[in-house]
Design a binder for this molecule. Sequence first.
Ligand SMILES: Nc1ncnc2c1ncn2[C@@H]1O[C@H](COP(=O)(O)OP(=O)(O)OP(=O)(O)O)[C@@H](O)[C@H]1O
Ligand SMILES: Cc1cn([C@H]2C[C@H](O)[C@@H](COP(=O)(O)O)O2)c(=O)[nH]c1=O
Length: 208
Amino acid sequence: MGIFVVMEGIDGAGKSTQAKMLAEWFNTRGYEVILTKEPTDTAFGKLIRRLVLTGGREGIIDGARISHEAEALLFAADRAEHVHKLIKPALDAGKVVISDRYFYSSLAYQWARGLDLEWLIDLNRFAIRPDLVILLDLPVKESMKRINGRSIKTEFDKIVELQKKVRENYLKLAEMFPEMRIVNAQNSIEDIHKDIVGLIEQEIFGEK
Ligand SMILES: Nc1ncnc2c1ncn2[C@@H]1O[C@H](COP(=O)(O)OP(=O)(O)OP(=O)(O)O)[C@@H](O)[C@H]1O
Ligand SMILES: Cc1cn([C@H]2C[C@H](O)[C@@H](COP(=O)(O)O)O2)c(=O)[nH]c1=O
């Protein structure tokens, strides 16, 4: 069986940066690594990016916002394909899978949109539980500095308010899911990487 690690956190927390560094760390130790993300690059992921993530990530396109239930179902459909077509086969082949986001994002973000957490957990019950989930945590004002100018400015205040709720949700989820570990994402890129490697060695390889 392979090793499954997930990076989670609010927009701009540093997930992609750390996922790439961790993939390199495993590669240099002889592991075959699948570096992936959600939403995926499949047709499902492309549909999500078109329907949900344009319009300042507020789900507005042509003025017609899709419902938050439809949003959650789209993310779950994308994930079902991700699990069945990529993640499970890779783990069965003994590879390392590192995913930049997974079902914890659905719990944190769609819960922040007002959807029922238990429904969201049920909707994603098919999703294989990772060996380790790294929650990159930092204040929203820090993350916004990092993505300022990159993200669509539409309804900026609403995005900040959403991100604050998402961060609170992630911290609650970290108390509910024992596979989640919180890492301070305000540190330097290299120090965060060292913290993550320490967790891998401790939690996955059992080293002290
Ligand atoms: N520890 C850090 N300190 C300062 N800047 C950082 C740090 N980690 C990443 N960055 C920078 O912050 C920006 C966002 O990083 P990255 O794309 O890895 O975040 P992310 O969590 O994947 O973002 P998103 O969820 O919005 O895709 C990039 O410009 C990156 O270089
Ligand atoms: C998987 C997943 C993602 N989201 C949200 C979180 C982000 O705002 C975007 C993805 O943007 P990224 O820059 O590619 O990380 O989608 C969500 O609301 N629910 C989910 O399940």
